[in-house]
Each structure stands twice: as C-alpha cells, then as structure tokens.
Design a protein around this ligand. Structure first.
Ligand SMILES: [Fe+2]
Ligand SMILES: [Fe+2]
Length: 486
C-alpha cells in the first residue's frame, strides 16, 4: 500500500511538472481573440462548403456539413493550443501565420485541384523552423485531415507519401542548423517522394490492379513542383523571420556570430564584460546540453545578456583597469543601484533598436531576476540610510524558462569560479557552485523556471566540469631547454 501511495505521488508530481508551462503564456487581447476566431470560421467554411454543393440538400447532407464544420473548428483550436503549449510566448502574428497557411492550403486545393504534396510540405518546413516540431506536426495533421480526395482524384498511396514527406520535413526542419542542410532537404525530400510515387502510385495498376494511377509525367511534375516550392520557401524564410518574428536555428546562429557589429562593439568598448560573457556562455552551454535544453538559444541569449553595460562600461568591475571606481566617487548606494538596474533597462532598449527576437531579449532582464544588489545594500546599511531591501533588488522578472535560469546561475558562478585558487580541489569548487545555486533557490529566483532538482544537480556537475577544463588550461606546464613541443 505504501508503495502504491509513493507511486501515485510520483506520478502526480511528474504529471504536474509536465503540465506546468516553461514560461507564462502570452495572453491575447479580446480583439486578437476575435480575429483568430474569424479566421478559424473562415477556414471551417472553406473546408466544409463542398458538402453543401449538392442540388438536393437533405437533412443528412446538412448534418454532414455541420459535423465537418465543427470538426475543422476543433482542429483549429487544437492547433492553437499545441502551438501555445510549445511556444508560450507565441504572438498574434505567429498564430496568424499558421492559420493563414491553413486557410491558404484549404483554398488552393479547392481552386487548383493540385496534389497535396506540393502545397502541404513547404509550409510545414517554415512552421517547424520557426515554431517547433510539435506545432508543425499538428499543422500537417490538421491540413491533411479534411483533404477532399474525391475532388482531386487522389489515391491513398499519394496521400501516404504526402504525410510521410511532411512529417519528415516537420521533424527535421526544426533541427537543421544552416541553410545548406535546408538545401539538402529541398533536394532529398522531392527525390524520395518521386521514388515513393513511382513505386507506389505509378505502378499501382501492376501491383494492385488499381486503374487510378499517375502517369510518369505527372509524377515528375509533382516532385519537381515540390522541389521548386521548397527552394522558394528556403529563399523566403528570412522574410518570414522578420515579418512574423520567427526564431529559426539559422537565425540564432547568425545572431551568435561574434563579428556582428553589436558584439564587436561590446568586445571593444567593454572587453571585461565580453570576456565574462564568453565564459558564462561556456558554462551555460554545457549545463543546457546536460539537461537537454536549447543549446543554440542559450549560446545566443548569453552573448547578448549584458549588452546594456555598453551604456556605462567603466561602472562595472570587470571593465575597470586600476583607475578609481566611479561608485566610490559617487558614494551613493541608491544611485549605484540605479546604474546597475540601467544595464537591464538599457540592454532592453539596445535589443529593441537592433530588433533582437523576443526569446533573446528575455535573457536581459531574467538573468538578473529580482536578485539583491548585496554590496550596495550593505553599504547603505553601513551608512544607516532609511531604505527598504526591495529598493536594492533588480526589477525582474525572475527566470521564466530553463535556459534563462541556467544563464542566471552561470552568471552567478562565473566570477566566483574565476576567482578560485588554481590549487583548489574539485570538492571546494563544487561547494562554491552549490552555495551560489542554493542561495538563488532559497531566494525564489528559480521558482518559475521549471527546473527539477535532478536538473539542478546536473547543472552543478556541468559547471564543475567546465571549471576543471578552465583550470587545466591555466596550469602552466614546466618547460625545459630541451622541450621541443613535439
Ligand atoms: Fe547582468
Ligand atoms: Fe552577466
């Protein structure tokens, strides 16, 4: 019985954890909801009106239409829910993109009677690249679920090839890291579909005795059209990224290019901050890989997390090279706190000016959360100033995702690990890391990040392994006259 209760508790915890979103979902305004509802109704009308095109409308035909209409509405609702679940910060533009594609596909198939292969696969590539695999798979399912096969004379095998090709594109699309991999996909998927069509559809009369076969010319044109549309889609992806605010892997990697003017500016005007950024990126990347998070996202988010320090680089300790600390000259803990908070506010402004995607912008306030600026708080207490502790906290919000939480922990541990004695033991380093992470935990900074205890342990271990690598590099090897480095 005890075991059963324990099992139930375990299940309940796992269930609640799986249900808790990584980030508080974006809420739509009533107007946005109305627009979404109207588009869904439009999709349902376009997809179901064919059932009413009948000279004799009977009750059963009417019932059939109502059922199809409701079915499409439910499908649209499921699609929106899945996309919101996968992308809690999804905005109206992105919802309009997936619904717009659905409306486009449903309209095109009725007007042009073309095969589903060429018109379902390309949108699934854009959706998987920008909004994730689950959203793309659901979109493919919804787009194919009500395909009127009688209208375009489809047969089941062609349909199977369409679903398989779209699923492959939806599964791989989100993982492809550069444009050349996308080009490979645009070549191999049409090739695979051509072979599939030739074997299953072109020879149906031979294998299955089915009269409804495609000629070899039709098979060629189907695959060629798919190839051309996929290539056009790849060319258009950067436009979709800008217009609909999509964050694809390729865009993430482009933003992580250290030759980008903003990052070059950071390395020249705030070299200490840039060095700190690279180090915490190393820590955070390793930890994210360990817990199975989005490594590319944290790498790019990490690079931009402290860009706000560009507003006053010499006010931050890592950029001070021996000259007098301006905070000491100012001698006002409250004003010093404002300077520190400004690195978040200015960072957000710079991010907006450089049109950084929202997912990257989130790293700027969330890496500081509502942490206490302990040094200036104790200075104010020393001066016996009449202050509230909350005035000495960053404005937040606290980390809303695993990635921003890891960056906060890496940010906290970096300076401590860098300052550690070269002869410190692994245990001492682990204790330092644990101490910093536990203090963040107790302060409630990780309460909305969805990090589990196991993941926090893995993060500590990965920080330790990065520190060991850094220490290894710092150890000077003894050199002798005979050392030829061979
Ligand atoms: Fe910071
Ligand atoms: Fe930082």
């Amino acid at each position: 019985m005890k075991n059963l209760t324990r099992l139930f508790k375990k299940f309940k915890t796992k269930w609640f954890r799986s249900q808790s979103p990584q980030r508080r979902p974006n809420k739509f305004s009533p107007l946005e909801r109305l627009i979404i509802f109207i588009v869904c109704i439009l999709i349902a009308i376009v997809s179901s009106y064919q059932t009413l095109v009948n000279p004799e409308i009977s009750l059963s035909i009417l019932l059939n239409w109502v059922t199809t209409f409701c079915e499409i509405l439910v499908c649209c609702a499921v699609l929106i829910l899945v996309s919101k679940r996968e992308n809690p910060m999804i905005d109206i533009r992105q919802i309009m993109l997936i619904l717009g594609f659905l409306l486009f596909v449903q309209t095109i198939k009725i007007i042009f009677h073309i095969t589903p292969l060429a018109i379902i696969v390309p949108p699934s590539l854009i959706i998987s690249q920008g909004l994730g695999t689950m959203t793309a798979l659901t979109w493919v399912a919804v787009a194919t679920i009500n395909w009127p096969d009688k209208i375009s004379g489809l047969n089941n095998h062609l349909f199977l090839i369409t679903i398989l090709s779209s699923f492959i594109v939806a599964m791989l699309g989100g993982r492809l890291r550069n444009r050349s991999q996308l080009l490979q996909l645009a070549i191999f998927v049409p090739l695979g579909s051509f072979i599939g069509e030739w074997v299953l559809v072109g020879n149906e009369s031979i294998f299955l005795g089915n009269e409804e076969t495609l000629s070899i010319g039709e098979i060629y044109s189907n695959s060629l059209l798919l190839g051309i549309l996929l290539l056009i889609t790849i060319l258009l992806i950067p436009i979709f990224e800008t217009v609909f605010g999509l964050l694809t892997k390729a865009r993430l990697l482009e933003l992580a290019d250290q030759e980008k003017p903003l990052l070059r500016r950071l390395s020249i005007e705030a070299p200490g901050t840039f060095e700190h950024t690279l180090l915490i990126c190393g820590l955070a990347e390793e930890a994210t890989r360990m817990i199975g998070g989005d490594v590319d996202l944290i790498k790019t988010g990490g690079l931009y997390h402290d860009i706000g320090k560009l507003h006053a680089p010499n006010w931050f300790i890592e950029n001070q090279t021996g000259e007098k600390n301006p905070h000491e000259e100012l001698d006002d803990p409250i004003k010093s706190c404002e300077v520190l908070q400004n690195h978040v506010d200015e960072g957000l402004k710079i991010a907006r000016d450089h049109r950084l995607p929202n997912l990257i912008k989130n790293f700027i306030p969330e890496h500081q959360g509502t942490l206490k600026m302990g040094y200036f708080l104790s200075k104010a207490k020393e001066k016996k100033m009449n202050i509230s502790e909350n005035d000495f906290r960053y404005k937040g919000p606290i980390p809303q995702s695993k990635e921003t939480a890891i960056l906060m922990l890496a940010d906290g541990c970096e300076a401590a690990l860098r300052a550690m004695n070269i002869n410190a033991t692994d245990n001492e380093a682990f204790q330092t890391i644990s101490g910093i992470i536990t203090s963040r935990l107790k302060d409630g900074q990780l309460s909305q990040s969805n990090l589990s205890k196991g993941e926090i342990f893995l993060i500590k271990r990965s920080f330790l392994s990065v520190w060991k690598r850094i220490r290894h590099r710092r150890i000077q090897y003894p050199t002798t006259k005979s050392n030829t480095f061979s």
